[in-house]
Design a protein around this ligand. Structure first.
Ligand code: 4NP
Length: 148
C-alpha cells in the first residue's frame, strides 16, 4: 500500500503524519510506502516547521530529513490512499481531478480514527496545538494499520 499525507504547507501536519506512519510501518514490518505533500507552493523545498520537528523529537520520531513538496496530479496514480488533514485540503485536491477512481482515494485522515465525525486536523501553524495534532494523527495512523 502507498499512502500520501496531505496538508496546506507540507511543513506542519503532513510531515508529522508521514513520520508517525513511517514509524508504524517499521514497527509492524509492513511492506508499505508513505510520503507527504502540500496543496500550496508556499514552502517547497523547506524543512518541517521547527515546532513539528520538536513534537516529533518528544515522541521519538525524527522528521528533520523531510523536505516540502507540492501535490501533483500524478500523485493520484502513484498512491492508493491520499489522506488530507482538513476539508479545505479535500476541496483543493478534489478540484484537480474529475476521475472518480482518483476521488475515491481521498479521505480525511481523522475519519480513520474518529469515523463519522467529519473531524479536521486543526492547523497548528497559527494555533500552536502541535501536541494535540500529534495525538490525533497517531490515533488515526494506528487505526489505519489495524484495519489493513
Ligand atoms: P501545514 O501548516 O498545512 O500543516 O503545513 C501550514 C503551514 C504554512 C502555512 C499555513 C499552514 N502558511 O500559511 O504559510
Amino acid at each position: 500500500m502507498r499512502l500520501l499525507m496531505v496538508c496546506l504547507g507540507n511543513i506542519c501536519r503532513s510531515p508529522l503524519a508521514e513520520g508517525i506512519m513511517r514509524e508504524k510501518i517499521k514497527e509492524n514490518g509492513l511492506d508499505w510506502e508513505v510520503d507527504s505533500a502540500g496543496t500550496s507552493s508556499y514552502h517547497i523545498g523547506e524543512k518541517p516547521d521547527p515546532r513539528s520537528i520538536e513534537t516529533g523529537d518528544l515522541n521519538g520520531i525524527d522528521i528533520r530529513g523531510q523536505r516540502a513538496r507540492q501535490f501533483k496530479r500524478i500523485d493520484f496514480d502513484l498512491f492508493d490512499k491520499i489522506y488530507v488533514m482538513d476539508n479545505s485540503n479535500y476541496s483543493d485536491i478534489a478540484s484537480m481531478t474529475d476521475n472518480l477512481k482518483h476521488l475515491e482515494k481521498v479521505k480525511l485522515i481523522l475519519e480513520e480514527g474518529y469515523p463519522g465525525e467529519n473531524r479536521e486536523v486543526p492547523d497548528p501553524y497559527w494555533n500552536n496545538r502541535f501536541s494535540d495534532v500529534f495525538q490525533m494523527l497517531d490515533h488515526s495512523c494506528e487505526q489505519i494499520v489495524l484495519k489493513n
